[in-house]
Design a binder for this molecule. Structure first.
Ligand SMILES: *[C@@H]1O[C@H](CO)[C@@H](O)[C@H](O)[C@H]1NC(C)=O
Ligand SMILES: *[C@@H]1O[C@H](CO)[C@@H](O)[C@H](O)[C@H]1NC(C)=O
Ligand SMILES: *[C@@H]1O[C@H](CO)[C@@H](O)[C@H](O)[C@H]1NC(C)=O
Length: 423
């Protein structure tokens, strides 16, 4: 190999290590070493509490039991989707006489411990929602003034995952309040994954979040807008993460994750191509894969995308690197890239424009950052098909369908012996 190639290779290696192996002093409760995978009520089921009118979709133990069973029967648990999480609207509007939290007893007649036991008996983990403020976003009792008591309640119920929202609170309190709840959870001695909405409220208020403190406190955190059931929502969230990747990615890694919000595949809003795009982009971002879909009515094609083994492996890669948007090309095509273990790299090329005809794009391997080895083998990510062997001086061409479809691929060295030595 020529000297110049070595210099380029070494420079690339330095950039690579700086961008991705950033060490942060993070929360160490041993949980979520890979991005969490699971199912959450919110996006699909919202705050439907009228079980007379909506007996099959209201927030209650019947819905949770049904979806939990389907997570197992449908192969989702086997694929890694492990957590089933109840979002807002599970609570009674008042606390019990002793001040403790209690569920709505019409919709959760068996109580939360029995529901958690049932979920655990299926091999799943159980998650629940609360809010740091005086009330949740939907107006149920919040935890303010009851942090220790509520943490003990959650631990006694064997809650494995707490999503803590930030409605009806003073955002200025979050820098002390979210850590105080982390202390309260830790003091219970029961391992509870901690999902914080702390930075999302700050970003929206144009207050610069202290991500150092957030990564020391939370296992994952919502940074930005709630996702809705539309391509516009999925795309704008992905763009926000791309625009802010330099300041977010250093804090992303095993045990502490940025969270662009739920997977909305399988609902009403996304085409098959846009569904592939969300799965591919969330996998590249090493984002939590938290489904919000009715598993009774999900289509076969949506289920296949959600259960795609290769995409899940890219998402769950042990390096835990948050992929980055590395190129913007003609037609608003953008290319994202994520380093994987064993020096493999995953890519997604997204074509958002709605102008009918598929677009052909040609990208040099150098622009893809593929200059470390002589030759690379390319594979399509969804089906694993071999796409060809390329020299580092070559260009790679692909065709992408419009309106938010993707071409997803990953590469590995075709000649492992030519590898540069790690320094
Ligand atoms: C709410 O809690 C109150 C007081 O504990 C109780 O009397 C009432 O039945 C509960 N209602 C529901 C819907 O859970
Ligand atoms: C509590 O914090 C300590 C110190 O970071 C950690 O080692 C331990 O695993 C935590 N325990 C729980 C239950 O989160
Ligand atoms: C951010 O949080 C870290 C860890 O708690 C702290 O050491 C640092 O001073 C904070 N930075 C700012 C600007 O407040």
């Amino acid at each position: 190999m020529k000297w110049t190639e070595n210099v380029v290779g070494c420079l690339f290696l330095v950039v690579y290590l700086c961008s991705y192996n950033h060490q942060v002093n993070a929360l160490d409760n041993g949980l979520l070493r890979q991005p969490p995978m699971g199912w959450l009520t919110w996006q699909r089921f919202r705050c439907v509490t009228d079980c007379k009118t909506y007996p099959d979709t209201c927030i209650g133990e019947k819905l949770i039991r049904t979806q939990a069973q389907l997570l197992v029967d449908g192969g989702y648990l086997a694929a890694g989707y492990q957590y089933i999480i109840i979002d807002d609207c599970w609570l009674n509007t008042t606390r019990a006489p002793d001040g403790s939290l209690q569920p709505d007893n019409q919709r959760f007649p068996s109580g939360i411990p029995a529901l958690a036991d049932y979920v655990h008996s299926l091999g799943l983990k159980f998650g629940i929602y609360e809010d740091y403020g005086t009330e949740t976003c939907a107006g149920y009792p919040g935890i303010l003034g009851h942090l220790e008591q509520d943490a003990k309640t959650f631990a006694s119920w064997k809650v494995d995952y707490l999503k803590l929202d930030g409605c009806n609170a003073d955002i200025k309190d979050f820098d002390t309040g979210y850590p105080a709840m982390e202390q309260a959870l830790n003091s219970t001695g029961f391992p509870i994954a901690y999902s914080c909405s702390w930075p999302a409220y700050q970003e929206f208020s144009k207050i610069k979040p202290n991500y150092t403190a957030i990564a020391q406190t939370c296992n994952l955190w919502r940074n930005w807008a709630d996702i809705d059931d539309s391509w516009g929502s999925v795309y704008s969230i992905a763009q926000w993460f791309g625009d802010n990747q330099d300041r977010l990615s250093p804090f992303h890694g095993p045990g502490h994750w940025n969270d662009p919000d739920m997977i909305v595949i399988g609902n009403f809003g996304l085409s098959p191509g846009q569904s592939r795009a969300q799965m591919a982009l969330w996998s590249i971002m090493a984002a939590p894969l938290i489904l919000s879909v009715d598993l009774r009515t999900i289509s076969d094609w949506a289920r296949a995308i959600i259960l795609n083994k290769n995409l899940i492996a890219i998402n769950q890669d042990p390096l835990g690197a948050m992929g980055r948007r590395i190129l913007k090309l003609d037609g608003n095509v953008e290319v994202w890239s994520k380093p994987l273990e064993d020096d493999r790299v995953a890519f997604v090329a997204l074509y958002p424009d709605p102008y009918g005809t598929p677009i052909q794009v040609t990208i040099s391997l150098a622009d893809l950052g593929l200059i470390r080895y002589q030759d690379y083998n390319f594979f399509e990510s969804f089906n694993g098909d071999f796409l060809g062997k390329y020299h580092y001086t070559d260009k790679y061409s692909c065709t992408i369908n419009p309106s938010g479809d993707v071409h997803a691929f990953y590469v590995e060295s075709a000649a492992p012996t030519k590898k540069f030595r790690r320094h």
